[in-house]
Design a protein around this ligand. Sequence first.
Ligand code: HEM
Length: 459
Amino acid sequence: MSIQVADSSLVATPIAPPRSALAHIPGDEGWPIIGRTLEVLADPKGQVQMMGRTYGPVYRSRVLGETSITLLGPEANELVLFDNTKLFSSTHGWGSILGLLFPRGLMMLDFEEHRLHRRALSVAFKAGPMQSYLAELNSGIARRVAQWRAQPGEMLCYPEMKRLTLDLAATSFLGTAIGAETAEINAAFVDMVAASVAPIRKPWPGTAMARGVKGRKRIVAYFSEQIPIRRAKGGDDLFSQLCRATHEDGALLSTQDIIDHMSFLMMAAHDTLTSSLTSFVAALAADPEWQQRLRAEIAALGLKPGEPISFEQLDALPLTEMAFKEAMRLRPPVPSLPRRATREFSFRGFAIPAGTMIAINPLHTHHMPEIWPEPDRFDPLRFTDEAQRGRHRFAWIPYGGGAHMCLGLNFAYMQAKCFAVHLLQNLNLGLPANYQSSWQMWPIPKPKDGLRVNVTPLH
Ligand code: HEM
């Protein structure tokens, strides 16, 4: 039995309009061929702020070989993300970036087909499965923090976060049964993620894209072989949940669907968590006062040394949640979001033709001084209920919004809180004297030197 739905690829592929059809929109497409790609790569925040100041909140630019229109501000975010008239295609926005390695991941589906798949996947994010992922997070994080405790001194944060997130994904997403294959699967997966943001988009020999395509073959082989085993044996990990997930008519997800969703889910979780946890550590290491406030909040849970945090206790960490939110305001892990217009529309008086590549920009919105006074200052109190009252609901969008809003956001909060509990109970964080970290903000924020952090055991 299978469900009858329109395949996203059957939603007519919108054809990009000729560049002349966008000439009425103010902007600057930069150099022939490369457009403004190099400037945007070098300083994405500075570029979008400069373009906004020069041309206004609707501007034309050319990045990665395509002319696009950027729409700035919370109202633009709402229009594009809320999208109650199905005007913006995610399939044809993300397609050129992720289509080769993560085809038909959830974010790569549109409209009715997307709704049906999202509903089927959501079983894996309900309270029951989340509790079993938390058990894996607790033990994996506690083990790693104990290793850091045993080696006090300077630590390079970003590579440590990458390794931790990868190892946690192996157990909470794939289950402890993965055993000896972990390293091989992790390596294949890292190659896929690296390829998804590589500048050369063809799998020519020796390129990151060629390694990514090879990695995908390995991952596909692993999932294909495991699906019947997981269906027979069960298991609490995310992969086993998806192997049992059904559509509304009771039909199991197909083997190909599970492969596509699992590959995408692992990618969606990996770099975003690595980036956001690194930003979180950077903010706390630079701010001893907030570090102490979170430590006091965690101490009030009354956990014994090494005791895992329970699922219910996650709600008792409001300051920790606010601090993590503020870290993502400063450095949103997905700094810009692409879509393609399925029909002509108009915004702020500009007619924008069907097929146009549209970008909205969380990084820009998160630094608008009229919404966020002193936008570069770390201040978690921006997220108290009172401070949020009256703020536009699309002013803070690290997880996107609307139909495609991050499906894993509760997983992300859970991992961040569990991480903060084990880390701050055991270690004091600081920065080397006179140290200022420098960040590359695109495609995903990451400290250029890995972020040097001093870790000191607390007792
Ligand atoms: C701090 C960590 C994370 C951030 C900042 C983040 C951010 C985002 C954003 C911005 C989107 C929407 C993109 C768009 O609309 O174009 C998204 C979608 C998604 N994320 Fe996350 N993500 C995070 C962690 C995770 C985790 C841990 C998982 C899985 C366990 C996950 C799974 C997904 C999925 C499946 C989608 C697609 C949803 C859909 O299309 O319906 N994410 N994420």
